[in-house]
Design a protein around this ligand. Structure first.
Ligand code: MG
Length: 238
């Protein structure tokens, strides 16, 4: 898991370094695929449910599952959510980060900062003996106190030999409710936070998820392990 997660994190970092005005999301996807394959791993998302690329790249009002395209060219001020997974020696790692393209508006930066911080609020609750609801409640409380909304139609998940495993890890919830967290569990916590309403819709390609009001959305994710010593973030670079 550590190796798969490290490769995922390094591929995401490489993707982030490529984010700049003028690059297409397909070019970023190629960087991701090449990096992962160079490590002897394979991109978790490529072919998953028929997904045609190695990374989901979701720009501005796209929440998740954006398909990389040669015609989607980044512009100054965009926010670019990149979700990357790697499969290595039987296990998956999964992580996401929303990168600013060049300089972004103050409003966009505040959304990024809040979403990223909410992920860490969730991770703090990923402690043995706590329950799934403690994670979701922490994320939701942090986000809603800052007048943003938490996407509910898509959630985090267990991750391991399969990319998506039980339990579901919603970014909303009630403290003390849900599956109990035990040492050895590995889960992906991934708040998706909207500037406006939490409601989303799927475009005609049956994949791309966008905000119904056209406002911005951000997404940050880590794969973490529950350990006797607390949560350990696995998706870190060497
Ligand atoms: Mg995930």
């Amino acid at each position: 898991m550590k190796d798969a997660c490290r490769i995922s994190a390094e591929a995401l970092r490489a993707a982030g370094e490529a984010v700049k005005p003028g690059i297409s999301t397909l070019e970023i996807d190629t960087i991701v695929r090449r990096y992962i394959e160079k490590q002897g791993a394979s991109p978790s998302f490529l072919g998953y449910g028929g997904f045609p690329a190695s990374a989901c790249i979701s720009v501005n009002n796209v929440v998740i599952h954006g398909i990389p395209k040669a015609t989607t060219v980044l512009r100054e001020g965009d926010i670019v959510s990149i979700d990357v997974g790697a499969f290595y020696r039987g296990y998956h790692g999964d992580n996401a980060y929303t990168f600013p393209c060049g300089s972004v508006s103050e409003e966009a930066q505040r959304l990024l900062d809040t979403t990223r911080a909410s992920l860490y609020e969730g991770i703090k609750q990923a402690v043995a003996g706590n329950r799934i609801g403690d994670i979701g409640s922490a994320v939701q409380g942090y986000v809603e106190a800052r007048s943003y909304s938490v996407v509910r139609s898509y959630v985090g998940h267990g991750v391991g030999a399969k990319l998506h495993e039980d339990p579901s890890v919603p970014n909303y919830g009630t403290p003390g409710r849900g599956v109990k967290l035990l040492p050895g569990m590995t889960i992906a916590i991934e708040p998706m936070v909207n500037e406006g309403t939490r409601h989303t819709r799927v475009l005609g390609d049956n994949r791309t998820v966008v905000t119904v009001d056209g406002k911005l959305s951000a997404h940050f994710e880590h794969t973490i392990a529950i350990t006797p010593d607390g949560p350990k973030i696995l998706t870190v670079c060497e």
